[in-house]
Design a protein around this ligand. Sequence first.
Ligand code: ZN
Length: 333
Amino acid sequence: MRVRILGSAAGGAFPQWNCACPNCGAVRSRTFHGKARMQTQIAISADPATWFLLGASPDLRSQIEATPELQPQASAAAADPSRPPRERSAQKNETASSPARQSPIAGAVLLNADIDHVLGLLLLRELQPLRVHATESIRRILSEDNSMFAMLQRVPDQLTWSCFNPRVAFPLLDASGKDSGIRCRALSLGTHFPAYVSAERRSQFAAGEASLGLMIESPSHKRLAYMPAVPEISEDLVREFDSADVLMFDGTFWSDDELIRTQGSGQTARQMGHVPVSSPQGSLSRLAQLRRPRKIYIHINNTNPMLNEAGREYREVRDAGWELAEDGCHYEL
Ligand SMILES: [Zn+2]
């Protein structure tokens, strides 16, 4: 299984458009020791012609253009010069499988309904057949409450929903229903739906479907634990992580009060559903006992001081055996 990191920042990316924190300011003045990052996006594949997205980031268009494996290949029919041009060119209003529209992106798995995790789906509206794996709650929030998502269901077979329940393993299927050989199992991590979901609407959904992590098993039985938003680390979670070959873990905030200190108000990291990296109960300390997985921080907020590769926080994380995800990194599992 191939795993590609297309983006590794938290919502807002790095630098963030309205942020003048020390990190964002240093990137803009070209004095920063580290890398800019797009919003978190992973793509996985067990076969070069079929890729699945984990979430769908607002930066998806740029991320696809930066990743040749995710770009469309002209089909034999579309490239055949003996065919009349009408047959060769894609028509805007036909069914969802036009010959020149050949993206290897077969679908996505959604772990929450946050804007920075689902907005990219709207960028995939150009009639590509897709299958989206999600919980029933997330499907209903997007397709019943957000009318723009109707653009993904304009023609037959454009977007097919496959609903899953937390803790129950499911196969990743392409749009036609073909099994990729990749197996997933979602873990309930947070109980907060996004703020745009009304309190009345929230009461209609299962809280355990609000925010998930994903255990992914390759056809060769290698495991990736993908955990971009973890509010607290239980002993059960630690056991799950120690069964993985690679752990991609919530690196959003270094400290619990980071955003409050940066912007003068707001919520703590834990209130936002993210255990901080530092402090005795933070992830660096709580996950120090893990022996098996390669450990990678992902979903890193622009305010996080560990982004500065000249700083003590970066050194502390690297000395503890962790890596920081970077856009363009890839792994074989
Ligand atoms: Zn910033």
